[in-house]
Design a protein around this ligand. Structure first.
Ligand code: AGP
Length: 610
């Protein structure tokens, strides 16, 4: 969604805001804008661009506005096209109050009508513009009170940063159903959509809770609820540094993040899995006794995380023999799900902020289920609102397409499966030791796929002219086929479908012809022979085949297909190795086609609207 940043301090605000906007651009990138207050002349410079942050930076570099207070926004349009007028900040009738916003004001139409009836003049098509007008209407000299009064009239989701020319030593932030953090520096403060924006300046971060606001003066921040009750601030020390949020010599964040897959596995395992297979999670929140009471599990997630959850079903059911259902979070909440206090609901989300998934876990808690979230973002809404949390420890993921966090999610799901199996005594010690050893060798296996990226690049080059792709997999690699297809379509804009290989003959095979390549995940598996039959059916329809095969396995030797070999690992853990090859294939097809892989069109990293 949108990225927001606000600064109050001793330094020139504009360069800090521009640099922060660049780091927030993954959240939305169709237009951008800043407002900088200059205490010398008491005026605010508002500069906007109907394009990416770079265009704004070019304009600002020509004439850098002076001032030690400012806000900046990078937009993912919801209400109104990405034009200069619709770009944030938005302001009131007298151009005193500056507001930037991430989220959606659901009741904006009626608020706008009422405000217009009372004489307020609107210039944009956005939902956000009602906010400065509402503040203006409630402003009787106390900006904090006016903001509070305005916020209580809003329905929907918001993270906002606000200042007024009349009160230039005050920066206000507020959040409801959208993320906002406060960076605490040396005589300087930041409000931002995420930690990445502020990490070059400070590692001390105040996590603003749901329904809270912060008023920052030159004396520091004060946190309260929107209603006005004072709140004890929750401050954390960030453990990672800015180098992890930079490209580090790679042409794209996505390339860097795919290459971080071995580390993603190691970091997710670190300190959590003993050689004997004992699993501990630091902030899990549920006791063994509570876990033993659980009779069924529901996993809720969206997009790539949904496919990770689908894989979670295979893992947990196989290891712990607990029935698992997986559902897109956007569907779960609106269909009266059958869950109760014996259900464990697991929210799977790299950002921990996806509106659909957040709403689904809230629904689960209302229905008295226990909730655990598996997420990468410390202090994210899902983490704060769950009974327990499993952090991915994958470091920041900036590319819009999830790659290393998918790998980390899978790793955590294996660990969770082992933990649930252990307390139910479902795993023989021998099998447990074997699985532990397999998980620990995964980083090496993944690295060997990465080391042969050039071969995948050559395949991508050969196939990048096609417009349609089919991905097929079986068993535990079926979700990997789905994820392979999603990765390709989101960054290359090509049509790609993922199917269970056995389902192909029940309909989609009608699509195939010489121009419709099929990517088959055909690594060693109990069902490999069946997969070979499915591949034969594809070849009989003249469709070209790219097969992912296990090194040293000769089952497909006689088959007419392009091949990429992955190292031998057990079928059960093979998804982690296989998906890296599919991520690389998508990456190389997209770069071959000249697509912007880090910021694909129409997408945003964390989707905080329903
Ligand atoms: C992943 O490549 C996509 N950008 C998207 O499907 C994403 O997985 C989905 O929006 C869910 O995000 P989350 O993991 O932050 O909840």
């Amino acid at each position: 969604m949108c990225g927001i940043i606000g600064y109050l301090g001793e330094r020139s605000a504009a360069p800090i805001i521009m640099a922060s906007l660049k780091r927030l651009e993954y959240r939305g990138y169709d237009s951008a804008g800043v407002a900088i207050f200059n205490e010398a002349d008491g005026q605010t410079s508002v500069v906007k661009s109907a394009a990416k942050v770079d265009t704004l930076v070019e304009r600002l570099t020509e004439e850098m506005p002076e001032g030690r207070l400012g806000i900046g926004h990078t937009r993912w349009a919801t209400h109104g096209r990405p034009t200069v007028i619709n770009a944030h900040p938005h302001t009131d009738c007298h151009k005193q109050i500056m507001v930037i916003h991430n989220g959606i004001i659901e009741n904006f139409a009626e608020l706008r009508k009422d405000l217009q009836a009372r004489g307020h003049v609107f210039i944009s098509e956005t939902d956000t513009e009602v906010v400065p007008h509402l503040i203006e209407e409630n402003d009787q000299g106390d900006l904090v009170a006016a903001v509070r009064a305005a916020l209580t009239k809003l329905r929907g989701a918001y993270a906002m940063a606000i200042f007024s020319q009349k009160d230039p030593d005050l920066l206000i932030g507020a959040r409801l159903n959208a993320p906002l953090v406060v960076g605490i520096g040396d005589k300087e403060w930041f409000v931002a959509s995420d930690i990445t924006a502020v990490i070059p300046y400070t590692k001390k971060v105040l996590l603003l809770g749901e329904g809270e606001m912060v008023s920052i003066t030159r004396l520091g921040p004060e946190v309260s609820t929107i209603g006005g009750a004072s709140v004890k601030p929750k401050i954390i020390e960030v453990k990672w540094d800015i180098s992890q949020a930079q490209k580090g010599g790679y042409p794209h964040f996505m390339a860097k993040e795919i290459n971080e897959a071995p580390e993603a596995v190691s970091n997710a395992l670190r300190g959590r899995l003993t050689d004997e297979g004992e699993v501990t999670f630091e902030e899990f929140g549920l006791t063994d006794r509570q876990l033993l009471k659980i009779s069924n599990i529901k996993m809720v997630a969206a997009g790539t995380s949904y496919y990770a959850a689908l894989l979670g079903k295979y893992i947990v059911e196989d290891l712990a023999r607990i029935p698992v259902e997986v559902e897109p979070a956007s569907e779960f909440r609106y269909r009266q799900p059958i869950i109760d206090q014996d259900t464990l609901v697991i929210g799977v989300s790299q950002s921990g902020e996806t509106a659909d998934t957040l709403a689904a876990i809230r629904e689960a808690r209302e229905r008295k289920s226990k909730v655990v979230s598996i997420t990468n973002v410390v202090g994210s809404s899902m983490a704060l609102e769950s009974d327990g949390v499993i952090y991915l420890h994958a470091g920041p993921e900036i590319g819009v397409a999830s790659t290393k966090t998918f790998i980390a999610h899978l790793t955590c799901l294996y660990l969770l499966g082992i933990r649930l199996a252990a307390i139910r005594h479902r795993l023989a010690p021998e099998r447990l030791r074997e699985l532990t050893a397999e998980l620990k060798t995964l980083p090496e296996a993944v690295q060997s796929v990465l080391d042969r990226a050039e071969q995948i690049q050559a395949l991508a080059k050969k196939y990048s002219g096609h417009r349609n792709f089919m991905y097929i997999g079986r068993g535990i690699n079926y979700p990997i086929a789905l994820e392979g297809a999603l990765k390709l379509k989101e960054i290359s804009y090509l049509h790609a479908e993922g199917y269970a290989a056995g389902e192909l003959k029940h309909g989609p095979i009608a699509l195939l012809d010489g121009g419709f390549p099929v990517f088959a995940v055909a690594t060693q598996a109990a069902t490999l022979e069946k997969m070979v039959s499915n591949i034969q059916e594809v070849i009989a329809r003249d469709a070209p085949v790219i097969a992912l095969v296990t090194a040293g396995d000769h089952t497909l030797d006689e088959i007419e297909a392009d091949r990429f070999e992955v190292p031998e690992v057990s079928e059960f853990v093979s998804p982690i190795v296989n998906v890296v090859a599919l991520q690389l294939f998508a990456y190389f097809v997209a770069t071959e086609r000249g697509c912007n892989v880090d910021q694909p069109r129409n997408l945003a990293k964390s989707v905080t609207v329903e």
